[in-house]
Design a protein around this ligand. Sequence first.
Ligand code: ZN
Length: 296
Amino acid sequence: MRKILFSGILLIFLFTAQMVWARPLKVFVSIVPQKYFVEKVGGDLVDVSVMVQPGANPHNYEPKPKQMVALSKTRIYFAIGITFEEVWLERISATNSRMRIVHTEAGIEKIPMLAHHHHEEESEHRHDEDMHHGIEDPHIWLSPPLVMVQARNILQAVVSVDPLNRSQYEKNYRDFIMELVVLDEELRGIFVGKKEGLEFMVFHPAWGYFANAYGLEQVPVQIEGKEPKPAELQFLIQYAKELGIKVIFVQPQISHQAAQALAKAIGGQIAIVDPLAPDWGANLRQVASKFRTAIR
Ligand code: ZN
C-alpha cells in the first residue's frame, strides 16, 4: 500500500515536472532570420522570440530589461556567433541555469570579415585591410548551404530538449532541407552564365558567404565598421568607375552617408538589400536578382 502510494506521488511529481516547461517550447534567437530557421524545424512546437529587434544593428545591440526577464522562461537560446553575443551571451546564460545555449554556427568555417582584393595596385591603398584579416565574418545566415548546417544544429537541440516530438522535428527538418536545396539551385540558376568573381559594391560587407556560394565577390565600402577615410573613398570611386559599378548596396539597419556620396560620385545610385529580413527565403531571391541586375 505504502509502495503504491509512493509510486502515485512519484507519478504526479514526474507529471508536474513535465509541465514546468510551457508548451509550445519557449526559445530565443539572436536575430530575425534565425526565427525563420527555428520555426521551420520546430513548427508549432516552438514559440520563438528574437533578441536583436528589427531595425537595430546586430553588431552592437543591447538587450532590453524586459528581454532579460523573458529569458527566465526560455528553454533554449540559439546563438549564431554575432558580435553582440561576445558581450552578452554570458550574462544571458546567467539569467537562467536551466536554459540551454546552442551555438548554431558550430561546424561552420568562418571567412575573414573583409574581402581582400588581389589587384596589385590596390594593395597600397587598402593595406589597412590586412591588419584586420583575423576578424571573422559573422553573416553565416545568408548562405543556403551554411543554413543547412545551422538547421542540423537546431534539430539536434530541439530533439534533445523535447525527445517525445522527435519524429515531428525530423520531418520538419527534412522538409526545410528540401526547401534549402531548391532555393540554392534557384540562386545558382540566377548567376549561371556569369563569369566567376564578378563584383558588387556593398556598404556593410554582409554578403561574403552569399558571394562565395554563388561565385560573386563583394567590394566593401565600410572598413571595420567605419566609414571610409577620404583617400579610401577616392580609391573606391576610381575602382567603381574602372569596373563600371553603378550600384552601391546598403542595408536598412546601418546608416550609410558615405555610400550616398560614393553613388553620387560615380553617377550611380544606392539600392537596399536587407540581410535581416523576416521572410528569409523570398528575401534571398530578391537580393539575388538585385545583384544580378547590378553586375554586368
Ligand atoms: Zn553585419
